[in-house]
Write a protein that binds this ligand. Structure first.
Ligand code: 3PG
Length: 212
């Protein structure tokens, strides 16, 4: 296992659930991340889907003690480099391209690349990746599908993301090939818009208490 994979695993093992955030207003990033960390969720994935995302990565990295600021929905080398410059400590992508893998190979910051089929997993294993995002988890076949990959593709660990909630998270967390899950349910946009940080800490604490 490479040191970058070890670094990634140590981040993913901080908690059973990695919050996946779509930050519309950078001003909410710090209180939101503080609320998640207070509930026990330290590694936070901020998706590059809004104009505020890079600033949010930067603010969380600089201002939130105990948080590990990560960037998700990284689709190309430009996204990757901008996120790292902003302070991202881990990078998440829904799938891969050769260009993205080349950029990741040249960076000290670990990439959690997405895969949904045996062939995609095999290609990423050949490129040196032992820890992958299984995306979109529920829509691609759910926990039963991922379980069926565990024997033929033993040695590859996953962070399933997509359609996961408090209700089905345990189905994944109990699998031998799952290190953690990802999900947006811990930061509902209504609570963020209302500034209900205590409500988010409560959701985070419920998620942090999950186990397989
Ligand atoms: C996403 O694509 O937004 C992430 O995979 C999170 O999915 P979710 O909103 O279903 O948790």
């Amino acid at each position: 296992m490479t040191s970058k994979t070890e670094k990634l695993l140590s981040v993913l093992k901080l908690q059973p659930v990695v919050p996946v955030l779509i930050v519309e207003d950078a001003a909410t990033a710090v209180p939101l991340a503080k609320a998640l960390v207070a509930g026990g969720l330290k590694a936070i994935e901020i998706t590059m889907r809004t104009p505020a995302a890079l600033e949010a990565v930067r603010l969380v990295a600089q201002e939130v003690e105990g948080a590990v600021s990560g960037a998700g929905t990284i689709l190309n080398p430009a996204h990757f480099e901008a996120a790292v410059k902003a302070g991202a400590e881990f990078i998440v992508s829904p799938g891969t391209t050769k260009e993205l893998l080349d950029t990741a190979a040249a960076s000290p910051v670990p990439l959690l690349p997405g895969a949904a089929t045996a062939s995609e997993v095999m290609a990423l294993r050949a490129a040196g990746y032992d820890v992958l995002k299984f995306f979109p988890a529920e829509q691609a076949g759910g926990a039963a599908y991922l379980k069926s990959l565990s024997s033929p593709l033993a040695g590859t660990m996953f962070c399933p993301t997509g359609g996961i909630s408090l209700k089905n998270a345990k189905d994944y967390l109990s699998l031998p090939n799952v290190v953690c899950v990802g999900g947006s349910w811990v930061a509902p946009k209504e609570l963020v818009a209302a500034g209900d940080w205590a409500g988010i800490t409560k959701l985070a604490a419920e998620a942090a208490a999950l186990s397989g």
